[in-house]
Design a binder for this molecule. Sequence first.
Ligand SMILES: Nc1ncnc2c1ncn2[C@@H]1O[C@H](COP(=O)(O)OP(=O)(O)O)[C@@H](O)[C@H]1O
Ligand SMILES: O=c1ccn([C@@H]2O[C@H](COP(=O)(O)OP(=O)(O)O)[C@@H](O)[C@H]2O)c(=O)[nH]1
Ligand SMILES: [Mg+2]
Length: 239
Amino acid sequence: MWRRVASVFTLLAPSRSSVLNKVPHNLKFLEVFATEVMTPTEDGVLSKVKTPFITFVLGGPGSGKGTQCLKIVESFGFTHLSAGDLLRKETSTNAKFCDMINDTIKEGGIVPSELTVKLIQGAIDSSENYKFLIDGFPRSEENRSAFEKITGAEPNIVLFFDCPEEEMVRRVLSRNEGRLDDNIDTMKKRLKTFTALSLPVINYYSEKGKLLKINAVGTEDEVFEQVRPVFAKYEKEIR
Ligand SMILES: Nc1ncnc2c1ncn2[C@@H]1O[C@H](COP(=O)(O)OP(=O)(O)O)[C@@H](O)[C@H]1O
Ligand SMILES: O=c1ccn([C@@H]2O[C@H](COP(=O)(O)OP(=O)(O)O)[C@@H](O)[C@H]2O)c(=O)[nH]1
Ligand SMILES: [Mg+2]
C-alpha cells in the first residue's frame, strides 16, 4: 500500500503532528535514492510509506541553479523551492524580519538558519508533491546541521553547479531581475561567503558520496544534458 507522507520532518522530531510521527525515530534517509520505508500503521500492520525525495541544488551565485531547476521541474515534475525566493517573499509578508533579510542579502551574508529552515519546512509540508529541489540551501555547515536537527531529514542527492567566478559575475550582472544583490559590490561579498562557508558543505556531501558535480559552463541546454541523466536514471524509483 502506498501512502504519501504528509511531512518529511518528523523522523527526529516526534512532537510534530504528522503521518511521519508514526515512523520509528531511528529511520533516516541514509539510503541514497530510497523513497520508501516500512512503517507500522496505527493497527500495527507494516505498510510502505512514500518518503519525500530531496535534492539540494548548490553552486555559487549565478552558477545557474534556478535556471536548471526550472528545467528539472518541466521534465521530471519536481517542486522547486528556492531558499532565496522564500526569503524574498518573506520580506513582503513579514514586517518583523523584512529589514534583517534585506540587509543580510545586500551584504552577501546568510540569514539565520532557523528562519530559512522554517520557510523550507512550511513549503514542503504544504505541498502535495513528494519530490523537491531545494535550491540555494544549505549555504553553510551551520545551515546544514540546523536543517538536519530541525527536520531530521537529509538530502537524497546533492547537485553542485561548478562555475568559474568570472562567469558567475558576468551572469549575475546581466540577470536583470531588479535584485538588491545583483551588483558588483554585493557580488564580491557573496563570492567570499560562498568560498568560506558554502564550499565546506559541498565538500561534506562529496565525502558522503552524495554529490553530483555538473560543469555549469555551456548553454543552458548543454548543462541540462548533464543534469537530465541524473534524474532519468532514478525516475522510476522516485515515482
Ligand atoms: N548556462 C548558462 N549560460 C549563460 N547564462 C545562463 C546560463 N544559465 C543561467 N544563465 C543566466 O545567468 C543568470 C543567473 O542564472 P540563475 O539560474 O539565476 O543562477 P543562480 O540561481 O545560480 O544564481 C540568469 O540571468 C540566467 O538567465
Ligand atoms: O538559504 C539561504 C538562501 C539565500 N540566502 C540569502 O539570499 C541571497 C540570495 O540567494 P539566492 O539563492 O536567491 O541567490 P542565487 O545564488 O540564486 O543568486 C543569498 O546571497 C543570501 O544572502 C540565505 O541567507 N540563505
Ligand atoms: Mg537562484
